[in-house]
Design a protein around this ligand. Structure first.
Ligand code: FES
Length: 268
């Protein structure tokens, strides 16, 4: 074994793949399993075109996976912003927004770390050599496109506003009365978490107060930056929590819509 401080000599020549003795392989394996399970569930649901809205009940629960419901195949009450997409089996009802949400998460700084480690082993963990011979980082196509993340952030903000609108609408029953049920609380918790994840984005932190030389001259932006920075420290937790909250919200609405369970009503 030899070591050097000469950068031109490349990496230290260590025969072992790693000197770590802990279970370094567990986080990438766990992340790979969880991400595959979530993507499989979301794909099935996005293409199912059923059980996405409480059509037979008096309340208006719309799963985030189908919002905004732009297809002519959508239940009319579930389409808050019009219907103009053709009803094809291979076209998700929310086909306009789902790609942006996918790209927002795919280019997220945290998820990049997670899936680079879990699927590309690049590297699988700190201080564990990767199996690849060359490393170009994100300097070439297609990974250079990860820099578009900041633009997908703006799309995610618009979609979060739409999700918030859905939550508000869900408090109004089809007969016009106020309603409150367990579904409302789940939808509300989900949208709060979605906002927290979106605002905790590294791009958001930069947009709020990046490139400022004097925080003292921008007190409001400094306050916003402090708030975003606190959330940003929790970005990884929020990334996973929102995957869970999205799946739980969707599953609950599917179960109520399909008639497997009844919504626990508190008012109305
Ligand atoms: Fe994760 Fe922007 S860095 S959403």
């Amino acid at each position: 074994m030899s070591s050097t401080t000469d950068a031109s000599a490349g990496r230290a020549q260590i025969a072992e793949r790693t000197l770590r003795t802990d279970r370094w392989w567990f986080p990438p394996l766990r992340d790979a399993i969880l991400l595959v399970l979530w993507v499989a569930y979301a794909t099935v649901r996005a293409f199912q075109q059923d059980w996405y809205f409480t059509a037979d009940q008096n309340y208006n629960y719309l799963t985030p996976f189908y919002s905004p419901c732009f297809s002519v195949g959508c239940v009319p009450e579930a389409s808050h912003f019009g219907q103009f997409l053709p009803d094809w089996w291979f076209l998700p009802y929310a086909a306009i927004t789902l790609p942006f949400l996918l790209l927002f998460r795919l280019t997220c700084y945290y998820y990049r770390k997670a899936y680079y480690r879990a699927f590309w082993l690049s590297p699988p963990a700190c201080a564990v050599a990767e199996p690849h011979r060359t490393y170009t980082g994100e300097t070439r196509f297609p990974l250079i496109a990860q820099n578009l993340h900041r633009y997908f952030f703006y799309a995610a903000v618009i979609i979060s506003v739409i999700n918030t609108y859905d939550v508000v609408v869900a408090f109004i029953n089809k007969d016009g009365s106020f309603g409150l049920g367990l579904g409302n609380l789940i939808l509300l918790a989900n949208v709060i978490l979605l906002w927290a994840y979106t605002i905790s984005c590294h791009s958001c932190r930069n947009i709020v107060a990046g490139r400022l030389n004097h925080f003292s001259k921008h007190p409001l932006r400094y306050k916003a930056w402090t708030f975003v920075s606190k959330l940003n420290a929790r970005h990884m937790e929020l990334a996973w929590t929102t995957l869970a909250s999205l799946a739980i919200t969707d599953f609950y609405i599917m179960a109520v819509s399909a008639g497997w369970i009844s919504d626990l009503r508190i008012v109305g």
